[in-house]
Design a protein around this ligand. Structure first.
Ligand SMILES: Nc1ncnc2c1ncn2[C@@H]1O[C@H](COP(=O)(O)OP(=O)(O)OP(=O)(O)O)[C@@H](O)[C@H]1O
Ligand SMILES: [Mg+2]
Length: 321
């Protein structure tokens, strides 16, 4: 499989009054061409910071201090801000959990989508070409009556419609990569499924790769082909969804999978003991070791490197050294 994006040893920190939050502690993973990749992990593990770092949208008091984000051969961390804006306008799109927050409340949605096209393609916003693309994408995301839809303001939309508009804005430029950060968490369950189906259908038609961030393993099981499991600012495991569910290697992944409720089974749900660490003072070595039932001596001393244990299956755990 051909690589589209290679994130290596990414470190992002936040300077806060409590101290330095070591949010990303050397994150590495790849996104392939036509990939449909899920990124999962508990709250605070660094999923959003990873995607914002890739897009170089980390703002003060945050800082990317190490690593590389190679996209089609270029390290995005080395581009000028101007070049990076072009990447954001045309090559990598991002959609967020709260679509209404991401839309400009005082502009009609048609104008906002047109603006995305006109920036990406360098075409006048009023041109016929731009207008046609707006109508075309509104139809593609399943919004009825594009003529009246373009005239609406964000507050007139339901949550599901607003997310369809965000997907339209994200995909109208035909990017190479779509990053969706919890794109359905704010929606009710039936709409969630529709939106994920829609994203999957559109990206596969366009040949766009997708990175779907979620804390819902069910979403990953149903929609993704590969998954990156994150824990406290590190990647714990990467692999094909089927392999990871059938044969998880990292003790954290095993715990996560056991914690998914299965319909028809009785008894108490299993949880992972302990709590997510504070990233101002994270545990030494492997950040999971205080919660791990299999921890060895070395686990509190050294961060385990990520290792390919079989083709396409990576784990960062001293048990597999
Ligand atoms: N602006 C900020 N200032 C300080 N700390 C931050 C900031 N943004 C993120 N962090 C910290 O970075 C770490 C990773 O946060 P991140 O938002 O990436 O988690 P997440 O995996 O996306 O969680 P969730 O599932 O809740 O969205 C957390 O410890 C968080 O508190
Ligand atoms: Mg998040």
């Amino acid at each position: 499989m051909e690589k589209l994006l290679s994130v290596r040893n990414l470190r992002t920190i936040f300077h806060t009054y409590r101290g330095v939050v070591k949010a990303l502690n050397g994150v590495s993973f790849d996104v392939y061409k036509k990939d449909f990749l899920g990124v999962v992990g508990e709250t605070g593990c660094g999923k959003s910071v990873t995607s914002l770092s890739i897009m170089r949208l980390i703002e003060d008091p945050g800082e990317i201090v190490d690593g590389s984000v190679v996209f089609e051969g270029r390290d995005l961390l080395k581009l000028s801000e101007e070049e990076m804006q072009k990447v954001r306008a045309k090559e990598i799109s991002m959609i967020f959990q709260e679509p209404k927050m991401a839309l400009n409340p005082v502009l009609k949605v048609g104008y906002q989508i047109a603006e995305a096209v006109s920036t990406a393609e360098d075409l006048p916003i009023k041109s016929k070409e731009v207008q046609e693309k707006v109508y075309e994408i509104l139809k593609a995301v399943g919004l009825p009556d594009p003529e009246s839809m373009v005239e609406k303001y964000p507050h007139e939309l339901s949550g599901g419609m607003a997310q369809r508009i965000m997907i339209a804005m994200g995909l109208v430029t035909k990017p190479k990569l779509l990053i969706a950060d919890e794109p359905t968490s704010a929606l009710d369950v039936t709409i969630q499924a529709q939106i994920l189906h829609l994203i999957k259908e559109l990206v596969s038609e366009m040949g766009t790769s997708a990175m779907i961030i979620t804390h819902n393993l069910g979403v990953v099981a149903e929609y993704c082909e590969r998954v990156v499991i994150m824990y406290a600012g590190n990647v714990a495991e990467i692999g094909n969804v089927k392999t990871i569910f059938k044969e998880p290697l990292h003790p954290y992944t095993k715990g996560l999978i056991k914690a998914v409720p299965v319909i028809g089974t009785k008894g108490k749900l299993q949880t992972i003991r302990g709590i997510v660490p504070d990233l101002v003072n994270p545990p030494s070595g492997c950040r999971f070791h205080p919660r791990c039932d299999h921890a060895l001596d070395i686990c509190s001393k050294e961060l385990p490197p990520i290792k390919e244990v079989e083709p396409g299956h990576f784990v960062a755990c001293h048990l597999y050294d």
